[in-house]
Design a protein around this ligand. Structure first.
Ligand SMILES: Nc1nc2c(ncn2[C@@H]2O[C@H](COP(=O)(O)OP(=O)(O)OP(=O)(O)O)[C@@H](O)[C@H]2O)c(=O)[nH]1
Ligand SMILES: [Mg+2]
Length: 374
């Protein structure tokens, strides 16, 4: 993970070249349909609402694109679909690499399908930019689930910065819910920022951890522990079962110590094994209990409203940042100003004022008027 750190902190996690080439689904649709027949947004929305897998895949590919003409169509699509979304149980699944998240989701997902749910699995995975390997890995690990008609497994978008990936995942969630999926599980690797993004879009945050000594408190950042609504010590099987139970008890005690709000409800700490299936039902029950508590005191709506507000400003910041990058005036000045700041001729303060003025001159041209009126 260390290798990723710089990329991670600069926010550029997902710079794989072409996302579509990574997508089995997108490829399948393209091959099956030959050259794509063009289709109206209304027709696409109708097909998504009818649950057509081919059109769901196509809609997802559309919202993953950052091209401005695609964004415009996405916006229209989402406006039609949004009223049909929002009823699903949204769960974020996080944990250190190798904790067993994908295997857990596969096993839990199959159980949920047996109970009559339709399960969407999405991912925000900063490691997939490395090789694209974990995309294939997840597909294999979730093979059984991915093969079911009542599940839809979509690997993490791999291009663009975290903000772009979070946007695509959030919009994909709307498409999946409109298509009738009533549980959304979002996998993310437990290393930092992507958790915050996922926590901003789910109702319940499940943390999967391991019994390995010190893992709970060293491998996982305190902030992530504080985000958790339900925790499970995973791989509680064979020789590790007893160890996992001890770890769960220790973690329960530790949670009391790290909690910054002594009155806040502490997350239950359970144990589970995807190999034996032990504890999976209990984890699901804890997720349902958490959600029921949220619903009972109106907190679910409040939580989602707060997420929407945060999302609003994340979008505005994202758009501004993109516009800043596109601005010809900023581009023209940038190198010279940076050089002057480096050589000490100009202070950062002065240079920033000049860049902002240059940007301001470009703003009328940079803001896409069509996007506003759509
Ligand atoms: N003993 C045991 N092994 C497990 C269990 N769940 C997963 N594993 C193994 O742990 C390894 C990692 O599992 P994954 O499900 O890929 O873990 P992950 O957290 O999704 O990993 P990343 O996506 O790479 O972060 C695999 O070799 C699994 O076979 C379990 O419940 N018990
Ligand atoms: Mg995984």
């Amino acid at each position: 993970m260390l290798m990723l750190k710089d990329e991670y902190e600069s926010g550029r996690l997902f710079n794989a070249p072409q996302m579509e080439t990574n997508y089995a689904d997108a490829k399948k649709v393209a091959t099956a349909a030959g050259p794509r027949r063009s289709i109206s947004v209304e027709e696409l929305a109708e097909q998504v609402l009818a649950g057509s897998r081919q059109h769901i895949a196509r809609a997802i590919t559309l919202v993953e694109s950052s091209r401005s003409d695609h964004r415009r169509i996405s916006r229209k699509l989402l406006r039609i679909l949004r009223p049909y979304s929002g009823k699903a149980i949204r769960v974020g699944v996080s944990g250190v690499p190798g904790a067993g998240k994908s295997t857990f989701i596969d096993a839990l997902g199959l159980r949920l399908i047996d109970k009559g749910f339709k399960v969407a699995v999405l991912a925000i995975d900063p490691t997939s930019s490395k090789t694209g390997g974990s995309i294939l890995g997840d597909r294999t690990r979730m093979g059984e689930l991915a093969a079911s008609d009542n599940a839809f497994v979509r690997p993490s978008p791999t291009s663009g910065h975290l903000g772009g990936v979070a946007r695509a995942t959030r919009e994909t969630m709307i498409i999946m819910e409109a298509a009738g999926f009533d549980v959304t599980l979002i996998e993310t690797v437990g290393v930092g920022q992507s958790e915050v993004a996922v926590a901003g879009m789910v109702d319940t945050f499940l943390l999967i951890t391991l019994a390995r000594a010190g893992d709970q408190l060293q491998g996982i950042k305190r902030g992530i522990l504080e985000m958790a609504d339900v925790i499970t010590v995973n791989k509680a099987d064979g020789d590790h079962e007893a160890e996992a139970r001890v770890a769960a008890r220790d973690l329960m005690v530790a949670m009391k110590l790290i909690s910054s709000d002594p009155d806040a409800p502490r997350p239950p700490v359970l144990t589970s094994s995807s190999l034996t299936g032990a504890g999976l039902d209990e984890v699901w029950q804890a997720i349902l209990d958490h959600r029921a508590r949220l619903e009972a005191d109106g907190e679910l709506e409040a939580r989602r409203a707060k997420q929407q507000l945060e999302w609003l400003w994340a979008l505005v910041r994202g758009e501004l940042e993109d516009a800043l990058k596109r601005s010809p005036q900023v581009k023209a000045l940038r190198q010279q100003l940076e050089d002057e700041v480096v050589s000490g001729e100009l202070s950062a303060l002065e240079a920033s004022a000049q860049l902002i003025q240059a940007f301001a001159r470009d703003v009328p041209m940079l803001i896409d008027q069509d996007e506003v009126t759509l």
